[in-house]
Design a protein around this ligand. Structure first.
Ligand code: CA
Length: 238
């Protein structure tokens, strides 16, 4: 991939400057937009590889921008929000955002999130060329056609729910999935039993994580949801 193009949507000048300076030092190309309307025009015209999106813009709610962009594009969207409430993050993730940063954030956090998103883009294009019936991530291997899961050379025996949960996270590797999204995908529409999800996640981790109390494969986002990390990602648990 050539230098990735990042679209930075942020109306706060000092924060925009912090982000663009960071991108510059790392050799990323970027475009900026200060309003929702400008961000959508820019997303259409410049076709960025990743979008960094502030949720609080003067003319439009960031969540509406995510919905509009998602109507035609699958690019990774990293939400930046001053609002620390979980429900804003959850709303943005459910609208199709991939990840989030809460202000104030460090340059290291921003770069870690970008690396996760870049791996997702690269993973997507590799997947198109590879046999899509087998998923590999570090030591973990899922053979979808056989319905088998392996850790190195050991076959792991999962219950049907654990298997569905693992496949859902694998299908969305690198992306934060909200509790409600996971519950909806695994159990159908009207179940919001987060404690049950935690129990299944704990039993799944016991089987696939070498130290379940310090998970390396499935990351917990407290109050928000879970994410499967790409092997080698250094994104910290939030
Ligand atoms: Ca703002």
């Amino acid at each position: 991939m050539n230098k990735p193009l990042i679209l930075v949507v942020e109306d706060d000048k000092p924060i925009r400057k912090l982000i663009t300076t960071t991108l510059e030092t790392q050799g990323y190309k970027y475009h900026t937009a200060e309003t929702g309307e400008a961000s959508i025009l820019e997303a259409v015209s410049s076709q960025p590889d990743i979008m960094i999106l502030d949720l609080g813009l003067p003319d439009m709610d960031g969540v509406d921008i995510i919905r509009k962009v998602r109507a035609w594009s699958n690019i990774p969207i990293i939400v930046v929000s001053a609002r620390s409430e979980d429900r804003d993050k959850i709303e943005a993730l459910d609208a199709g955002a991939d990840d989030y940063l809460t202000k104030p954030f460090s340059v290291e956090e921003l770069l870690a999130r970008l690396r996760v998103s870049l791996r997702r883009i690269r993973g997507d294009s590799e997947k198109l060329m590879k046999d899509s019936s087998v998923f590999t991530n570090g030591n973990l291997r899922i053979d979808y056609s056989a319905g088998c899961v392996w850790l190195e050379d050991d076959e792991i025996h999962l219950t049907p729910i654990e298997y569905k949960l693992l496949c859902l996270l694998a299908k969305n590797v690198g992306k934060v999935l909200t509790h409600n999204y996971i519950l909806h995908e695994i159990w159908g529409s009207h179940t919001y039993d987060i404690p049950a999800l935690r129990v299944f996640m704990a039993t799944l981790r016991k089987k696939i994580e070498s130290t379940p109390s310090q998970p390396k494969i499935i990351q917990t986002h407290i109050g928000v949801g879970y994410r499967m990390l790409q092997a080698g990602d250094d994104s910290k648990v939030i």
